[in-house]
Design a protein around this ligand. Structure first.
Ligand code: F6R
Length: 605
């Protein structure tokens, strides 16, 4: 949520800051801005909308310098316009900020007689506080330390000062921030992606840390203002990771990457030689009577599927909740529970808070994440990677199938550890998992056919997705994907639940997408299909060849996915719903990779 990049260098910084902002655009894109020190003088440019608008602004009114900070915004306080865009300036100080200053109203009130506020943001107060400290004659270092002590909330900052030509000040409390080490240059970024073109040598600031970076060196302090050393991390993979290649959108590229990304996940969790799940030594499912899975959005739906797997295959009870509810409902926790946070970014504020809550209450915690340098990966007792590679499209696709694959492998490991699976069944289900990359490749062949169906779906104003069993979460995910990128209203439902109310919304031509691979629940789902078909719904049935045969002519459209065991069927139907929403959105001409109002990493509550 919002992205920060800063450079304390020797060469010109504007172009490089703009490049960093483009890499961060996935975190928010309703406005952006840059502030630099040109011969010690502070100058800034800002623009509403995407980074390209800022480029145009800078083209018309150039600025450059050797020290600079930049920001791309996802609005929390104040409408997304140029006035509210970062950097915010007061007197000598310009600041970029991620997160929320919770006591900003209080602070604003206290400065009301003394200062005029230009914006509605919570951030501006930080620039005023710092400027006031400098005006009192304090050194920048003391002024920054004093300013930080007045703030409550979750934040990451970058800050520069007029007539202080050599330094960027930065701080982290709650929102991630890393320093980058270059060749006689130092950087600042809200994640590794921001600095991918500049360096792969990073230092992740810890909670409460603040730092001063200069071209030639840097200093880090903890929350008590004591100088500290923090570990340097070398990030593998290069800048090329974030390119679109021949695909028109990152989302489509990421959908097509899934045979590879699922292979990466499997390689991490399956031991080829023993043909069974290979788990981190510190994770022994014999130690637990219950699993608590907490996540948000798409990651939550992955957790919902995992509940079916853990309970059916491993006979291990699973509690699942959305993180924003879990953390405030004072859940009853049992020490023999394993807490698993599922998160692509590893930074989602609510999921992170739930992890901390369970850790503080003495539970063993695991974080199933894509970004292994994330806060969740670092704070959980066990970091479980999904290895999907950087996901740039705001709508999660390959991270979801990798989360599912990893959770499926974990459920098999749990079943084996708890003695609930015969060796033969273990081998059979493991082989099913191993067949996923091939079957996903086959499912991607359906792209052209699905595109045709999506052009019909794109005409609708509302759609339903129905499934039973482990297809219910995929129905929810299909509806979410359609909503977020095509802006068509969609609902996912347990197929048996429709007649308890929502069926009233079905009218002539309402699209209903039914997920029904041929399994023990197939007949029941088909009855539900008939209920909506007889009320005029236009049915798209996602099934396998046996299901297609059994369903006959009941559906207007059919998407026949490769036949697979019910264990992996939710991963297979996912490919179909991803392509369906992608093509519907392209048909409607929406901004597929950066849908309105959304951000990739939600680091505010
Ligand atoms: C939807 C989507 C979001 C995320 C959610 C959690 O396509 O991507 O619903 O799944 O914001 O994000 P992470 O997984 O980073 O915690």
């Amino acid at each position: 949520m919002c992205g920060i990049i800063g450079i304390a260098g020797h060469g010109a910084v504007t172009e490089r800051l703009l490049d960093g902002l483009k890499r961060l655009e996935y975190r928010g894109y309703d406005s952006s801005g840059i502030a630099v020190l040109t011969k010690g003088q502070l100058e800034r440019r800002r623009a509403e909308g995407k980074i390209k608008n800022l480029e145009v602004r800078i083209g018309n009114e150039p600025l450059d310098g050797q020290i600079g900070i930049a920001h791309t915004r996802w609005a929390t306080h104040g409408v997304p316009n140029e006035i509210n865009a970062h950097p915010h300036q007061s007197g000598r100080v310009a600041v970029v900020h991620n997160g929320i200053i919770e006591n900003f109203l209080e602070l604003r009130e206290s400065l009301a007689g003394e200062r005029t506020f230009e914006t509605e943001t919570d951030t501006e107060v930080v620039a005023h506080l710092m400027d006031i400290e400098l005006a009192k004659g304090h050194s920048p270092r003391d002024a920054f330390a004093t300013t930080l002590k007045q703030l409550k909330g979750a934040y990451a900052f970058g800050l520069i000062i007029d007539e202080n030509p050599n330094e960027i000040y930065c701080a982290r409390a709650g929102s991630p921030l890393a320093l980058g080490i270059g060749d006689k240059e130092h950087y600042l970024g809200s994640d590794a992606m921001a600095m991918a073109q500049l360096t792969n040598k990073l230092i992740y600031l810890e909670e409460g840390d603040w730092a001063i970076i200069r071209p030639e060196d840097y200093e880090i302090f903890d929350e008590n203002d004591t100088p500290v050393e923090r570990e340097t991390t070398i990030i593998s993979g290069g800048p090329a990771m974030a390119e679109k290649g021949n695909f028109p959108h990152f989302m489509l590229k990421e959908i097509y990457e899934q045979p590879d990304t699922v292979t990466n996940t499997l390689t991490n969790y399956l031991d080829d030689l023993r043909q069974r799940p290979d788990m981190p030594a510190e994770l022994d499912f014999k130690d637990f009577d219950r699993v608590i899975i907490i996540a948000c959005g798409t990651a939550y739906y992955a957790g919902m599927v995992a509940k079916y797997w853990f309970e059916q295959v491993a006979e291990l009870a699973v509690d699942i909740d959305v993180a924003s509810e879990f953390r405030y409902r004072r859940p009853v926790l049992d020490k023999r529970s394993l807490f698993i946070a599922v998160s692509q970014s590893g930074e989602t504020a609510d999921t992170l808070a739930a992890l901390r809550y369970c850790k503080d209450n003495g539970l063993k915690t695991a974080a199933l994440v894509n970004v292994m340098t994330s806060t969740m990966a670092r704070e959980a007792d066990i970091a479980l990677p999904i290895k999907a590679g950087p996901e740039i499209g705001v709508a999660s696709t390959k991270a979801f199938t990798s989360q599912l694959t990893a959770l499926a492998a974990l459920s098999l490991a749990a079943a084996v550890a708890r003695g609930k699976l015969s060796r033969a069944e273990d081998i059979r289900l493991t082989a099913e998992l191993t067949s996923l990359p091939r079957k996903i490749t086959d499912a991607l062949e359906l792209d052209g056919h699905i595109k045709g169906i999506a052009s019909e779906l794109a005409k609708a104003s509302s759609a339903f997705y129905l499934g039973r069993g482990s297809q219910v979460p995929i129905a929810l995910e299909g509806a979410l994907k359609l909503k977020e990128i095509s802006y068509i209203h969609a609902e996912g439902y347990a197929a048996g639940e429709l007649k308890h109310g929502p069926i009233a919304l079905i009218e002539d031509g309402t699209p209903v997408i039914i997920l029904a691979p041929y399994d023990e629940l197939f007949e029941k789902t088909i009855s539900n299909l008939q209920e909506v078909a007889s009320r005029g719904a236009r049915i798209t049935l996602i099934t396998d060849s046996v299901g297609a045969e059994a369903a006959g002519q009941m559906a207007a459209d059919m998407i026949v996915i490769p036949t697979s065991d019910p264990f992996i069927a939710p991963i297979m139907t996912t490919i179909a719903v991803q392509l369906l929403s992608y093509h519907a959105a392209v048909h409607l001409g929406t901004d597929v990779d950066q849908p309105r109002n959304l951000a990739k990493s939600v680091t505010v509550e």
